[in-house]
Design a protein around this ligand. Structure first.
Ligand code: ARG
Length: 301
């Protein structure tokens, strides 16, 4: 391992081969949060505008159950943390923590520090859940005055210990210096500049070790160069599917199936050509809050 910063922001500084990195097993557990209290009650991203009080709870429950059952059918271990009254965004359970597994197999979570004050009280419910499971709970140091929204912005590269770190809206770049050091793994920071793509998981879905699905317009040139340098196959979702159907908020839990919002016709064709199997799901009620498949689950070890 290098001794200088593990935050890699130029292609020349990238690890020469992914095979040099520590292998990372596929997370086999899926955590969901029930949508009983899901709603749009405030606007903290542009997708929520115009949707306050506009959620069909029954339809949301139905859509969430379809997502739940899709994971069960794929053979993943699914657990549910109940939603809490007064926390309408808690159903997006990818944001409150960043799960990890150490080389020795110890499971843990980094505790997020949410940017939106409305969402800060969500975090303790996941800390409680993972504490009860016996996981290592790692908060950010109090002296680090930065925000971090967990797996909304920090995504593990499939199969190897490398993190893609989005920043610009919800997460501060400086968090990645701390995390790269703490994990002892490289982190590739990616600057986000379009408010519709406020979390990295809205515009980048790592599908397997070699393939990523992105919306290129959400990144700057430096970010795109890094993505292309690491992933031999970069699938590009068209703007309409990425912006209004959250095509890149898809999730590939097993290297083959891609759970994705219904109607992403062009993206699905790209996925199929690349050997993946799209599993279309309707998440229209959750799109009103600015989220879809990827952020409605937390994959962990
Ligand atoms: N309304 C939520 C927010 O703005 C949606 C979060 C969706 N999560 C995600 N990772 N994209 O925070």
């Amino acid at each position: 391992m290098q001794t200088e910063s593990l935050v890699v922001s130029s292609p020349e500084a990238l690890p020469s081969a992914l095979s040099d990195l520590i292998p990372l097993p596929q997370p086999g557990r899926i955590l969901l949060t029930s949508p009983l209290h899901f709603d749009v009650q405030y606007v903290i991203n542009p997708h929520m505008a115009g949707h306050i009080g506009n959620v069909d709870r029954e339809r949301a429950q139905y859509q969430w159950t379809q997502l739940h059952d899709a994971y069960v059918q794929l053979g993943l271990e699914v657990a549910v943390v109940p939603g809490v009254e007064g926390l309408p965004d808690m159903v997006f359970c990818a944001n409150q923590t960043l799960p990890f597994v150490t080389r020795r197999g110890e499971q843990g979570i980094i505790v997020s520090r949410m940017y939106a004050p409305q969402r800060q009280p969500e975090v303790e419910h996941y800390v409680r859940y993972f504490t009860a499971l016996g996981y290592r709970i790692q908060p950010l140091p109090p002296t680090l005055d930065k925000h971090f929204e967990g797996m909304g912005d920090a995504l593990w590269h499939p199969g190897c210990a490398l993190v893609w770190g989005g920043y610009g809206f919800r997460t501060d770049r400086g968090v990645y210096d701390y995390l790269a050091d703490w994990f002892g793994v490289p982190i590739i920071p990616l600057y986000l500049h379009d408010p519709d793509f406020y979390h990295l998981d809205t515009c980048l879905a790592p599908l397997d070790e070699h393939t990523v699905l992105i919306y290129p317009g959400a990144f700057d040139e430096a970010g795109l160069a890094l993505i292309h340098r690491v992933f031999p196959t970069v699938l590009e979702a068209p703007e309409d599917e990425a912006r209004s159907l959250f095509a890149c908020n898809a999730h590939c839990p097993d290297g083959t199936h891609v759970l994705i919002q219904q109607g992403c016709t062009h993206t699905n064709a790209l996925l199929t050509q690349a050997g993946f199997v799209p599993v279309p799901l309707e998440t229209s009620e959750f799109l009103k809050a600015g989220g879809s498949v990827f952020c409605m689950k937390l994959a962990h070890w």
